[in-house]
Design a protein around this ligand. Structure first.
Ligand code: HEM
Length: 485
């Protein structure tokens, strides 16, 4: 009778095509897809076969349309629900996981200013941070490696760079990490990766994790648990450093940490004894988000430039017109550089999600189907970015598609471009991400070159994040080869 109840409750979804014959009765197939890393590719195939709405589990649908779809669900502020509560840092929620719109928007408002485009673009502190990490740390190492045409794991180097810039921006220039130069610190990147790998069980089967642990069965290995602890300890240490400087300097060195601290104190919404851990929980998520999606994007971008010499030459031509120390605005306004980033983020989005939402009690009309309240719904950036009508030959990396087009065409492409999500829960760090990534690529390719080697493999994992398979990508680094006459 349980099965019957389940079936009759979800009958309103019965007109929606199924991803698999079992979808109306069980979420096992979806869990299996997630577990085997095939969720987004299978959803894509199902949308091509069945149209813009597909039922993926008894009470869950996947949508693949903008109007009456992404715009309604994400733009309309449908709530995040229980799934996100499976994630916590130090046992506390943070902005990304918060369910209640009010609690979330309060937190987001506290940080909106430090992450706004105008602030990020004009921040002289961020300019100094980028100078420090790029010119004092990363480039001297790269120059040395380039002399011998060394093959390196570019994914590690990129993540080290984005981690150092992010943490300096969050906690203060003197208080961030130094993963780029310090090999022992850089090894902690593995702990971030392992910590993330435990997410599957925590997100998809939290009950099973608890149940098994009662019988002494560990679904999350000791290594994963200790890596997670190491990341928590690192974040707590950086928070302590930032707090110390904040107190010593009497608040004269503002950064993300101090901004959040002051706003939380002023709001009186958090008890004094909970303040440190509340901030640390938020900052730990920003550390993860700040270095991973950006590192992934840089890696795929560098791989594509390495095998597309014409695009690289065109980029260098554009860079040639820049002065020695271009402003953030000048870098941001380079059309071909921008096209390369847009195309990389389209073809290789750093975070696949899905980022599910709940249909409100009143129900919703999604892409022509009536969907009842309480249904879980999500779009997949993997699918949206492969709409062949808007992005012909979607598997191809073609920056040219973003330039020399009419305003109407560009608007349509931007409507489908969803790398940072949309609506009230859209990524807060997109401007910081773009500034650090663009600055890095300009400085790097101005004087150095990368090349594909026999074991360069760069396929994307079909998971929550779109990391390269194995989290390793080998590329060669060399000086710019002289032009052939
Ligand atoms: C290329 C790099 C990045 C990608 C692809 C990316 C992607 C995303 C996406 C898709 C979301 C929306 C999630 C949802 O709708 O549930 C999101 C949210 C978020 N991102 Fe990013 N992100 C990137 C960089 C960053 C950076 C540098 C930060 C640093 C602060 C950051 C912090 C966050 C936070 C705090 C949220 C939650 C926002 C909210 O719930 O209101 N991200 N990100």
């Amino acid at each position: 009778s349980k099965l019957w109840n389940k079936m009759s409750q979800s009958a309103p979804l019965s007109t929606i095509p199924n991803i698999h014959f079992s979808a109306p009765y069980s979420s096992l197939f979806l869990t299996f897809l997630k577990f085997t890393g095939r969720e987004h590719r299978t959803r894509y195939a199902a949308h091509i076969r069945c149209g813009p709405v597909v039922r993926v589990a008894p009470n869950e649908v996947s949508i693949n349309c903008i109007q009456d779809g992404v715009q309604t669900v994400y733009g309309g502020g449908f709530e995040k629900g229980a799934w996100y509560q499976n994630f916590s840092n130090y046992g506390k929620p943070f902005m990304f996981t918060m369910g209640h719109t009010k609690e979330h928007s309060e937190r987001k408002r506290m940080l909106a200013h430090v992450y706004s485009k105008s602030f990020v673009q004009s921040s002289t502190e961020l300019t100094k941070i980028l100078d420090m990490v790029l010119h004092d740390r990363a480039l001297p190492i790269m120059r040395r490696l380039a002399k011998d045409n060394t093959i390196i794991d570019i994914q590690k180097e990129n993540k080290a760079f984005t981690m150092d810039v992010s943490t300096a921006y969050f906690f203060g220039r003197k208080n961030g990490t130094n993963f780029v130069q310090n090999i022992k610190q850089k090894a902690l990147l593995r702990d971030f990766e392992l910590g993330m790998s435990g997410l599957f069980w925590l997100a998809e089967a939290p009950g099973l994790v608890k149940w098994c642990s009662r019988f002494g069965i560990k679904l999350l290995s000791d290594k994963v648990m200790s890596s997670y602890q190491i990341v928590q300890d690192l974040c707590a240490e950086l928070c302590d450093r930032a707090k110390e400087e904040h107190i010593e300097s009497n608040g004269s060195h503002p950064n993300v940490y101090t901004q959040l601290r002051q706003k939380l104190q002023a709001s009186h919404g958090v008890r004094e004894e909970d303040l440190d851990v509340t901030i640390a929980a938020e900052m730990m998520d920003h550390m993860q988000a700040g270095h991973e999606g950006t590192g992934i994007t840089l890696t795929f971008l560098m791989c594509e430039l390495s095998r597309n010499p014409l695009e690289l030459a065109r980029l260098r031509q554009e860079l040639g017109a820049l002065g020695k120390t271009p402003t953030a605005h000048e870098v941001d306004s380079l059309p071909f550089l921008d096209a390369i980033f847009m195309e990389t983020m389209r073809r290789y989005p750093g975070a696949f999600g899905p980022f599910p939402r709940y249909v409100p009690e009143t129900g919703a009309n999604l892409c022509g189907f009536k969907v009842p309240g309480g249904t879980t719904v999500s779009a997949s950036v993997y699918c949206l970015h492969r709409n062949a009508t808007v992005f012909p030959d979607p598997e191809m990396w073609r920056p040219e598609r973003w330039i020399g087009i009419s305003d109407k065409e560009k608007r349509e492409m931007l409507r489908w471009f969803w790398v940072f999500g949309s609506g009230g829960r859209m990524c807060i760090g997109s401007h910081l991400a773009l500034r650090m990534m663009k600055t890095y690529i300009v400085a790097f390719y101005n004087e150095l070159d990368t090349f594909i080697v026999s074991d360069t493999i760069f396929d994307q994992v079909d998971g929550l994040m779109g990391a390269p398979v194995g989290d390793v990508v080998n590329l060669g680094v060399r000086e710019i080869p002289p032009k052939r006459m």
